[in-house]
Design a binder for this molecule. Sequence first.
Ligand code: NOJ
Length: 453
Amino acid sequence: MTFSETFVWGAATASYQIEGAAREDGKGLSVWDMFCQKALTIWNNQSGDIACDHYHRYKEDVSLMKQIGLNAYRLSVSWPRVIPEGTGALNPKGVEFYDKLIDELLAVGISPYITLFHWDYPYELYGRGGWLNKDSPDWFAEYATVVVDKLSDRVKHWITFNEPQVFIDVGHRSGYHAPGDKLEFAQVLTAAHNVLLAHGKAVQVIRAHSRVESQAGLALAGIVRIPATESPEDVEAARQSMFSVRARNCWSNTWWAEPVFFGRYPEDGLALFGDDVPAIGDRDMKTICQPLDFFAVNIYSGSMTRAGKDGQPERVSFPVGQAMTTFQTPVRPEALYWGPRFFWERYNLPIIITENGMSNVDWVSLDGKVHDPQRIDYLNRYLLELKKAYKDDVQVLGYFQWSIMDNFEWREGYKERFGLIYVDFPTQKRILKDSAYWYKEVIASNGANLDKL
Ligand code: NOJ
């Protein structure tokens, strides 16, 4: 059994993680450019200054994507590369880069999926209050208009934001990511609310300005609960836990998804956050709740949940010796069954897995190749679970592996290698890993070869 005929096989990246050329051709600075300059912030004081030098090597990279046989490539646009100060004057060279990249992809039959924001916020706007500024949703809408006007004659798939949970919560509450702020919780919620408004406004821009029929969505970090057993009680406990707000942070599915899909904040979150919830304007929820075409979600793992004695969800620890990736992410393939299934049941939109993959201890072997059997096994296991979800009538439109190439893993610098393509950073030489050849076969067989063990 294979996936649907139209199933999309892709891989993903993000601008700051691969482009480099941080101060070239008129690009403005982003909060990540500045954050990386702070001593002891990033592993080994690394930065995305050069990264994979994709800005200069995009042609080679696209030809490698073609070699792997990708149907689609998910990339993000760097806001300060296009509008250096975040609002106002455009940077023609920045626009030209994306223009040429899109043409290069289309010339070899790869569909671009564009994420408008994957964390590299313009530093100038941060100086004006960033996401706390009440004008910030309009700044984002202005930027979205520029990108959509320039690229929507060729781009059909748009994702407004990547993992708002991470850049808001980790960037503004715990301060572990750029811009590195540790705001009061009420302010964090204000920033989150402005991001939701920005999302809604950007979708309106996509609908109004697209020159071809387009599709839009938002990519959440999927916080997945796996039922400890398949008993109805455990399944219900996992479902409940996945769709609840249980802690005073922005690290949940529902604080983001319910406004976007249902036009209201979740009751449990409102009760728990109390007076910290910002004043919500009369029309805010209408703006935020724009119809979307798919439910995009990044899924890497999940935690185990069962029904406790009182019937309430209870976390179950992983067994001793739980398999872990190099980044210490538990290997839990069932997350790619239960995550899509629960999201599909609740939000009723076709699912796109916008990220899934693992970091591994990859290096070049004496034979000059990069052998990554763990990654092949990880992807195989996860994709089998996705296939099972598909067989159980969960509508799944596509899958994007993270990442097409090794890149700058934020706080971890270049320590974590997630790529299908190995990058030797000092020379910028690329080598297809074994997993890239394996993925090529998966794509060519539309997933039929996943059962071939
Ligand atoms: C999620 C983020 O979207 C991406 O930027 C990051 O590199 C991967 N996960 C891996 O941690």
